[in-house]
Write a protein that binds this ligand. Structure first.
Ligand code: GLY
Length: 274
């Protein structure tokens, strides 16, 4: 099973955008404030697309005390049957993982036979720093993810972790993502190129890479035969459409402009299980 399989994924976890979203963390506060009503519409459309394209979706209860709670990807990593509940790097977000851990360990998901693990202090890790490709798990060493987390992950997934220093941007996946197990996508910037080249070299060159001119467009989500990409970046879209067409994938464009203001990429808003 692969996150990039052509058939539908089995499970997705989503978490609604809270009314408090205007207070979400912003690495570089936008000069134009977040339009929370528009953010709700954008997030709800994203969620509906995910729900329609997975076998089963669960909505984790929204948490108004945590303005970033819709960025559910940061709360857990799911690698095969291993579920690793993270200890989120930003202290104000740390409690977001608790509700997700409860859902994933619920009896209703017992058929998934998840093995639950929990990262503990001093580890800090955001799921946005984790990219799975084949049997490798690339982990960004970033503003949010530290070496202690990588050491704990190595014990849970021996031999599978590869550390990638994040030279810029919030997370590893702020500047790169994947279309399938051997196709990487990265922003056409010095920092992203360096990170992408490290990944390709860890894959012993057995992967192709596409560079896109817009950083935001470098984060995509693969949902079975569909590829979700950001709307509003025509030069990047042209490259992504060609890559998708060559792989017989259908493209769905989503406008996530208000979530981008809070450093939200497409992958941030769901937790996917193949
Ligand atoms: N606003 C997303 C984050 O900072 O984690």
């Amino acid at each position: 099973m692969s996150l990039y399989q052509t058939s539908n994924l089995r499970l997705a976890l989503l978490r609604a955008l809270p009314k408090s979203f205007a207070n979400a963390l912003q690495q570089h506060p936008s000069p134009i404030p977040i339009d929370v009503s528009k953010a709700h519409i954008q997030h709800e459309y994203y969620s509906s697309v995910v729900r329609e394209n997975v076998d089963y979706a669960i909505d984790v209860d929204v948490d108004e005390k945590h303005p970033d709670c819709c960025f559910i990807e940061d709360t857990a990593i799911i690698v095969g049957r291993d579920v690793i509940i993270t200890r989120i790097g930003a202290e104000s977000r740390r409690e977001e993982s608790r509700a997700v851990a409860k859902v994933l360990s619920d009896d209703s998901l017992k058929d998934f036979e998840f093995r639950m693990h929990q990262l503990v202090a001093p580890a800090c890790l955001d799921g946005g720093d984790v990219l799975q490709l084949g049997d490798k798990v690339f982990v960004g060493l970033s503003l949010r993810t530290n070496l202690a987390a990588i050491e704990q992950l190595e014990k849970i997934l021996p031999g599978r972790i590869k550390t990638i220093p994040v030279g810029g941007g919030l997370h590893l996946k702020s500047v790169l993502s994947a279309i399938d197990d051997t196709t990487l996508l990265a922003a056409d910037s010095r920092v992203a190129r360096q990170m992408a080249e490290e990944i390709i070299s860890a894959l012993e060159g057995k992967a192709q890479i596409f560079y896109v001119p817009d950083v935001v467009a470098a984060n995509v989500v693969r949902l079975g035969p569909k590829l979700l990409i950001q709307a509003g970046y025509p030069n990047s879209e042209k490259i992504l459409r060609k890559a998708a067409l060559d792989r017989q994938m259908e493209v769905i464009t989503l406008d996530m402009s208000e979530l981008v203001k809070a450093d939200g990429a497409l992958s941030c808003c769901s937790l996917l299980v193949p």
